[in-house]
Design a binder for this molecule. Structure first.
Ligand code: ADP
Length: 191
């Protein structure tokens, strides 16, 4: 089983590229952001709890995210493999994910990190705000806070996967198809 982690700052294209990988390889896409947004639409306890953090561009506390992820993974015991998008975002989450996967004799195969310059990210997020309706895309100070939170936590996570020899960086600018073909070359070799 191949389990990928797609990593990168807000606006780097994780969701877009995940969709393309799913179509080709049949992975199950697990996006913490999508799970939270669904939870607030349906007004669950999780959604109400998470919304306060998300609106400010802060991270939802680790214990909340980890609890949610363990439940989510239990729903998919027969998966061909997962793409984790937006998780883990802290080393505590990365350690928890390893433990959860290990219970089923599973592990992360590779972290693919999309690299995009900050100026380009802001342009993409401001544009996305016009159509996404996402509460965290609407305000430039919230966007900047998300980018700052990302910068603060990134290095530790990258080091975590580098030490395990599971890290690869991919240039995240160019057309969607160009970026996908860079990623696809890497993923193809894993099988
Ligand atoms: P983006 O990558 O554009 O910030 P996401 O949709 O992945 O968007 O996440 C939206 C928000 O959901 C984040 O800003 C954060 O508040 C919350 N969130 C998502 N994943 C996590 C996580 N693993 N840990 C903590 N908070 C998270």
């Amino acid at each position: 089983m191949i389990n990928l982690l797609i990593f990168g700052p807000p606006g780097s294209g994780k969701g877009t590229q995940s969709e393309k990988l799913i179509n080709k390889y049949g992975f199950i896409h697990i996006s913490t952001g999508d799970i939270f947004r669904k939870a607030f639409r349906t007004k669950t306890k999780l959604g109400i709890e998470a919304r306060g953090y998300i609106e400010k561009g802060e991270l939802v506390p680790d214990h909340v995210v980890i609890g949610m992820m363990s439940e989510e993974l239990e729903k998919h015991t027969t998966s061909k493999g997962f793409i984790f998008d937006g998780f883990p975002r802290t080393t505590i989450q990365a350690e928890a994910l390893d433990r959860i996967l290990d219970k089923n004799n599973n592990e992360i195969t590779l972290m693919i990190s999309l690299e995009v310059e900050e100026k380009e990210l802001i342009t993409r997020l401001v544009k996305r705000a016009e159509i996404s309706g996402r509460c965290d895309d609407q305000n430039i100070s919230v966007i900047k806070n998300r980018l700052d939170v990302y910068k603060k936590t990134t290095q530790a996570l990258i080091d975590y996967y580098k030490e395990a020899n599971k890290y690869i960086a991919v240039e995240g600018t160019g057309s969607i198809d160009e970026i996908y073909s860079r990623i696809d070359k890497i993923v193809n070799k894993l099988f």
